[in-house]
Ligand binder design. Structure first.
Ligand SMILES: *Cc1c(COP(=O)(O)O)cnc(C)c1O
Length: 218
């Protein structure tokens, strides 16, 4: 299967899952996660009409996208991996959306750079819904306070993101994150990967992050 075929298959799955849930398929944004894949794979996806991409490392993205944007100015780039405060400026210069805001120190760094740049990417807060020790993300109990801080800094907060624990059924986490977003007045919900995106769409995802189902195993 080519990248083009895979994109068509994922698109079909999204449409069917949306239909089951009574949602409009165009309300679900497919983020093609190209981490570790070469620029040629991104070009194949672009040629098939895919414009939204996800990466989890700032440095890898700096080598992959800037020259593509000359030919495809509509590329929309999402950072879905952890962000260190010393990479904030580079990330804000390159990415349109950052999914991994998860601590006050990072919020303050983003606010400083937004002031300097005069603009800021759309932001999502990553919630550690499984309360896993080693995992990035703010704990559910601390999320409301972090939302309030981002809003107080005047930053463009759009939604919440989660990565469920691998050993759990994801649906409970998806339903939980969607409810949290609704309660906090946030419109975007980033959840669902190659193994579980149809369930995420049924439970209200507005952004799904799909890598291996499009680009093959890493
Ligand atoms: C790699 C990655 C994905 C995509 O994973 P696949 O299983 O390849 O679809 C989604 N979200 C995040 C945060 C990732 O790091």
């Amino acid at each position: 299967m080519s990248i083009r075929d895979n994109l068509a298959a994922v698109g079909g799955d999204i449409a069917r899952a949306a239909e089951r849930a009574g949602r409009a398929p165009e309300d679900v944004r497919l983020i093609a996660v190209a981490k570790t894949k070469p620029q040629s794979a991104v070009v194949e996806a672009l040629q098939a009409g895919q414009m939204i991409f996800g990466e989890n490392r700032v440095q890898e993205s700096q080598g992959k996208y800037p020259d593509l944007r000359a030919d495809w100015p509509d590329i929309e780039l999402h950072l879905i991996g952890p962000l260190q405060t010393n990479k904030t400026r580079d990330a804000m210069a390159l990415f349109d959306v950052i999914h991994t805001v998860d601590r006050p120190k990072l919020v303050r760094a983003l606010a400083r750079e937004a002031q300097a740049l005069g603009r800021c990417p759309s932001l999502l807060i990553q919630v550690n819904t499984g309360e896993e020790e080693q995992k990035a993300g703010v704990l559910p109990a601390d999320t409301e306070a972090l939302v309030a801080l981002v809003r107080a800094e005047g930053l463009p907060l759009q939604g919440l993101m989660c990565i469920p624990p691998v050993e759990d059924a994801p649906s409970g986490h998806f339903a939980f994150l969607k409810r949290m977003a609704d309660d906090l007045g946030l419109a975007w919900v980033s959840m669902g990967m190659s193994g579980d995106y149809p369930a995420a769409v049924e439970l209200g995802a507005t952004h799904i992050r799909v890598g291996s189902a499009i680009f093959g195993a890493r």
